[in-house]
Design a protein around this ligand. Sequence first.
Ligand SMILES: Cc1ncc(COP(=O)(O)O)c(C=O)c1O
Length: 405
Amino acid sequence: MGSKDNRQVYEQGQKYIMNTYSRLPVVFVRAAMAYLWDAQGNKYTDYIAGYGCLNVGHSNKTVVKAIKKQVEKIIQPSNVYFNLPGVELAQKLCEATGFGKKVFFSNSGTEAVEGAIKLARKYSIQKYGQNRHEIISFYNSFHGRTLGALSATAQSIKQKEFKPLLKGFKYASLNDLDSVKKQIDENTCAVIIEPIQGEGGVNCSDRGFMAQLAEVCNKRDILLIADEIQTGFGRTGRMFAYMYYGIIPDILVVAKSLGGGMPIGAIITGDMLAGLFGPGSHGSTFGGNAASCAAGCAVLDFIKNKRLEEKAAKSGAYFMKKLVALKKKYSIIKDVRGIGLMLGMEFEKPIASKLVEKAHRDFLVINKVSDHTLRFLPPLIISRSNIDKLIRWLYKNISEVQDEG
Ligand SMILES: Cc1ncc(COP(=O)(O)O)c(C=O)c1O
């Protein structure tokens, strides 16, 4: 990039890259743990961690070392051979979940969801016949942008321009078991759920609802797919959020933080489904390539060695306490919610965009999921002083934005 500044790169990007995100005119050229530096050398503190991809922090040294070591040896042996880090990572994932027996690697979250849909359909169709292929998901969910995952993403705003979507998807309301039961019939094959809806607004499933949902599914041999692409790898104070909820899914899909910044996703299943995909059932050219898997192994080791789940639980409780105090002070704050270090703040008025822009000007990277809601997904290594810094900023700036009307 040479000596180009933020504005020049931003304009070049606007010219050559499709406009699929509303981008701010900042270009980050370097990062370390909870910090990012832009093209002008300004240092930013990060409270979104690449949309939840950097639970272990940006360019984490353990991860970088593992990637470097691997790329010097072999990057892509092809999937007709096993590669060492891939095998090691699959075993680590099975052990980390407790119930996992086999893994399929993809490149991204949406591809992991696609694979999970195929796996669930294969199981049900094989056992009960062709009609049993329907999947239930939840309003405000987000499962990805490819057509299968988009069909499960029950948000009309994201779906409307791309119809017809895949057949066989039905939608229910989160935390409303009756609405799920209403959608269940003899053709239901699976239910897919984010334990906490991320993109949909940091909406937490209730513990009781999740337990009852798991029970209903179990009784009727309906597969429960947990989409932990955002909630996984310590984010909620547990390795996976299903552990917080005290349930065991039939299929777990993960991605984002698994690669510590490298592209990788995974489907993890227990005994019942582990042998279902055979040669030709499913595949991916790059899925589980050696470089991404080496990163994944380093991520899992780092989480374990640094006890990041515990850290997330403690830092999350501290952060939440501060957000609750903030809410008491400002009537414009409608709600604060979340678990661990996955937190949201909803406003009575659409001030979220204004706050995100203001924060960037003050070198704080925060994120909104809508005009009304901010989402905080900091790296799990975030310090208390960085939480305090954001809270101080929120006190000052919410009051200013509120006064601006
Ligand atoms: C819960 C959830 N599922 C699926 C996805 C899609 O993942 P990806 O963007 O890696 O395809 C996301 C991405 O934000 C997500 O949060």
